[in-house]
Design a protein around this ligand. Structure first.
Ligand code: ATP
Length: 350
C-alpha cells in the first residue's frame, strides 16, 4: 500500500513536522541524531501517538486526521511493527508470538499456527518454534519479531532501530537477511536508524530529520554525494562548506576560499573527502591551489586510518595513516599545512 502522510506532533516544547511518503515495495529510512524525532514519527504512523495536525493515509484510507476527527487505533491499522520496547511477549513461544497477530485478526488457532510456522521457517527459525524469548539470542528474537510483523501481511512495516541491540557480527548477518526480506515484502517500509550503513544498505530513500524537521530527502547515494548539513556530511565522512562561486574560486561563508576544478557561479555547497587532505610540516612548494595553515584540534584512531580534526579557515577533517601521524608527530595544538587538490573538491548549487 502507498503511505502518504504529513506528520505534525507537539510534545512539550518539541515539534515534529515531516512529510513521510512511501511507495509499495519501497523502504524509506528516517535518519537523524538523538532526539531528532524519528521514533515520534514512527509512533505517530503506528497510531501510538495521535497527530496534533496533518494526516496519515495508507492505501487511500485515512488513519489519522485530527481536523476531521478521524483516528484509527493501532490494532485496526494494517501495520506491522518491530519496536525495541516491545519486541516479543515473554510468556509466549516463538510460534505463538508470530501467531498472535493472526489470532487477534480472527484466524483460527490451527490455521494461525500453520502460518506462523511457515513464517518462522522463512526467517530460518523452524527449529526454535517452541522456544520462549529468553531462550533466543538477540538476533533470533529480532527475526521472530520480524516474522510476527510480516505474518499479518501489513500494508506498512515499521522498524525502529531493528539492528541496534545486536553485536557487530550478528548485525552484519541480520542486516543482510533483513535486506532480503524487505526485497520480498510488497508493502511499504519505514525504518528508523541512526546508523548510516543500515540506512544505505536497507533503504531506497532517506529522510534526514534534525530538530523535528526534514533537512534532506532523496536516494542514499545522492544524499551521500550532496549532503546539505554538517550532520549528514559528518555521517558520510565529508567536509562540507557553503559559499559563493565565482568561476573556479569559491568564497566560503564562514571564511576561506577553495578552488575547484569546474567553474560555477552563485551560491554553492562544496565538499571534499577527509582522505583527499594532505598534511605537511612546512609549506609545500609547487603545491595545489588549496593550501592553508591549520591547527590540530583532535586526533581519533579509526580502523586503519587516523582522523584529524583541524581548526583553520576553513576547519576540516583529514584522514591520514598512522605512519603520517608519527612522521609529522601530530599533537593537538600543533600547526600544520593543509593541501587539497582542486580536482578532489566537488561543488554543487544550493
Ligand atoms: N513522552 C515524551 N515526553 C516528553 N518528551 C518526549 C517524549 N517522547 C519524546 N519526547 C521528546 O521528543 C523529541 C523527539 O524524540 P524521539 O524519541 O522521537 O527522537 P529520536 O529521533 O527517535 O531519538 P533517538 O535516536 O534518541 O531515539 C525529544 O526531544 C524527546 O525529548
Amino acid at each position: 500500500m502507498t503511505l502518504q502522510s504529513n506528520l505534525t506532533v507537539h510534545i512539550g516544547s518539541f515539534t515534529l513536522n515531516a512529510q513521510v511518503d512511501v511507495q509499495p515495495g519501497s523502504t524509506l529510512a528516517l535518519l537523524g541524531p538523538n532526539g531528532a524525532g524519528k521514533s515520534t514519527a514512527l509512533r505517530a504512523l503506528a497510531g501510538l501517538r495521535p497527530l496534533t495536525g496533518g494526516v496519515v493515509e495508507l492505501g487511500g484510507r485515512t488513519l489519522d486526521d485530527p481536523e476531521r476527527n478521524v483516528f484509527v487505533p493501532p490494532e485496526h491499522r494494517s501495520i506491522g511493527v518491530v519496536f525495541q520496547d516491545y519486541l516479543l511477549f515473554g510468556h509466549l513461544s516463538a510460534v505463538d508470538n508470530v501467531a498472535f497477530g493472526l489470532r487477534a485478526r480472527g484466524m483460527r488457532k490451527r490455521e494461525a499456527n500453520a502460518e506462523a510456522t511457515e513464517w518462522l521457517d522463512r526467517v530460518g527459525l523452524a527449529q526454535q518454534a517452541r522456544h520462549k524469548p529468553r531462550q533466543l539470542s538477540g538476533g533470533q528474537a529480532q527475526r521472530v519479531a520480524l516474522a510476527r510483523a510480516l505474518a499479518i501481511r501489513p500494508g506498512l512495516l515499521l522498524l525502529d532501530e531493528p539492528l541496534a541491540a545486536l553485536d557487530a557480527a550478528t548485525r552484519i548477518q541480520i542486516r543482510a537477511q533483513l535486506r532480503k526480506h524487505l526485497d520480498e515484502y510488497e508493502g511499504a517500509t519505514v525504518l528508523v536508524t541512526h546508523d548510516p550503513l543500515d540506512a544505505m544498505v536497507l533503504a531506497d530513500q532517506l529522510l534526514v530529520v534534525e530538530h523535528g524537521s526534514v533537512v534532506q530527502a532523496g536516494p542514499p547515494a545522492e544524499i551521500a554525494r550532496r549532503p546539505r548539513t554538517d550532520y549528514i556530511a559528518a555521517l558520510v565522512g565529508l567536509n562540507l562548506y557553503r559559499g559563493v562561486a565565482n568561476g573556479v574560486s569559491i568564497k566560503l561563508d564562514d571564511g576561506g576560499v577553495l578552488t575547484t576544478a569546474h567553474p560555477m557561479d552563485g551560491a554553492v555547497f562544496v565538499t571534499f573527502p577527509p582522505n583527499a587532505v594532505s598534511l605537511h610540516k612546512n609549506r609545500p612548494e609547487g603545491s595545489p591551489r588549496n593550501t592553508w595553515l591549520a591547527e590540530v584540534a583532535g586526533i581519533e584512531q579509526h580502523a586503519d586510518t587516523v582522523r584529524v580534526r583541524l581548526n583553520g579557515t576553513p576547519d576540516l577533517l583529514a584522514d591520514v595513516t598512522t605512519a603520517a601521524v608519527a612522521e609529522l608527530s601530530l599533537t593537538p595544538g600543533q600547526q600544520v599545512w593543509v593541501t587539497v587538490k582542486a580536482t578532489e573538491t566537488h561543488a554543487y548549487p544550493i
